[in-house]
Design a protein. Structure first.
Length: 42
């Protein structure tokens, strides 16, 4: 999961797309988890 060569796939239901694609990444970046890969496509 934390490996450099790991691919992540994010699948969301209609009701939680704004939270998981905008709000959660902003919170994680704000608390210093800058090493997390950011989404490039939705």
């Amino acid at each position: 999961f934390w490996g450099e060569d790991t691919l992540s796939y994010y699948v969301h239901g209609k009701d939680n797309v704004p939270f998981h694609s905008l709000i959660l990444p902003a919170i994680l970046l704000g608390v210093g988890h800058l090493h997390l890969p950011l989404l490039t496509e939705i």
